[in-house]
Design a protein around this ligand. Structure first.
Ligand code: FMN
Length: 146
């Protein structure tokens, strides 16, 4: 279980789900509902890159538990910053074009480059299970309707 850090104030972001590089589902087996580049301006100026958790709604349905990376994906040396939420819910289909709203309530860890893809996948699974447990507890559960 990760040692979380609560944010001083929840951070809200929204936008239309866009396609990433397509590695989330295919390479990692962990689909992400990426926010458009434009949504980055919704982040507070001092916001640090990293792995965070919170709540998400899709087309007004939810809230679902979510874990998200905010940053540069050092494993893949991306040249632009992205926000890539993974929802702790299995959806029957892709939902590109849907409207996603997220509220980020806590920080889990810094982004990192691991020695193998398997290690990255293991770390993301630990992020997911940690977020799942943390979001059942105060203060994070309370913020589901924030
Ligand atoms: C919970 C979570 C943790 C992540 N941690 C890292 C990380 O430590 N390093 C990294 O390079 N990418 C990290 N990522 C980003 C994934 O590498 C990225 O979502 C994946 O490559 C899919 O990208 P794509 O949708 O653009 O194809 C993380 C993603 C999630 C959802």
């Amino acid at each position: 279980m990760r040692e979380p850090r609560a944010l001083e104030a929840p951070v809200r972001m929204s936008g239309e789900v866009v396609k990433g590089f397509g590695r989330g589902s295919k390479v990692l087996g962990i689909p992400t509902a990426n926010l458009p580049h434009d949504a980055l301006k919704q982040l507070p100026r001092s916001f640090e890159t990293g792995i965070y958790f919170g709540w998400a709604t899709v087309d007004g349905v939810g809230p679902y538990k979510m874990v998200t990376s905010v940053g540069w994906n050092p494993q893949f040396a991306n040249t632009s910053m992205t926000v890539e939420p993974h929802l702790l819910h299995s959806f029957p289909d892709d939902f590109y074009g849907s409207s996603i709203k997220i509220v980020i309530v806590g920080h889990l860890r810094a982004e990192a480059k691991f020695e193998s893809l398997e290690s990255l996948i293991d770390e993301i699974h630990l992020d997911i299970s940690s977020a799942g447990e943390l979001l059942d507890c105060e203060p994070y559960s309370f913020l589901r309707s924030a």
